[in-house]
Design a protein around this ligand. Sequence first.
Ligand SMILES: [Zn+2]
Length: 210
Amino acid sequence: MLIRDSRDINALDWDKMDGLLPAVVQDAFDGRVLMQAYMNREALANSLDTGRVTFWSRSRQELWTKGEISGNGLQLVAVHSDCDNDCLLVLASPAGPACHRDTDTCFDNRRQVRPELAFLATLERLVAERDSERPEDSYTTRLFEAGIKRIAQKVGEEGLETALAAAAGDREEVANEAADLVYHLLVLLRAAGLSLGDVLAVLESRHSPL
Ligand SMILES: [Zn+2]
């Protein structure tokens, strides 16, 4: 259930754990599990009201807005409850390392998901940042300023180079050219107002359910 307001909050099973629910925090962008803490009604209401993820600190017995001290807050994207309404999944956008050890997650995330796939999401985010900030001396900035036709041309060139490398049987060169292709494709998608998610949704929709 998507938790939006006090009515949804009241529908949760607060009795099971004396007014607390475990809250698992997931990076809304790349899906990594960042941390786990507890929320009471007030912490959840506060999170929804302010858009800043707030927990109940069991050790200090007080509300704890993540990032108050460290500055590494969590911007709330959405809160869902599980099938029994006794656990929360908090989708958030982290402002910095979520763990007190200064790591991105409390769960040594390199083992969580295929990190190279998470890096694809990171790369997409970097491309979007370059587009909105347009820093000088950035190749990506130059591409965006040259416009979508130039970007499209680069995608064509890199696609051809990937194909030629594959036809020549040069594995290392295929990896290099394919990397160029993926990067330019991300830039093209951004310039076309699309995201990687849009493309993946098309791919997914082509798979008929088993
Ligand atoms: Zn931690």
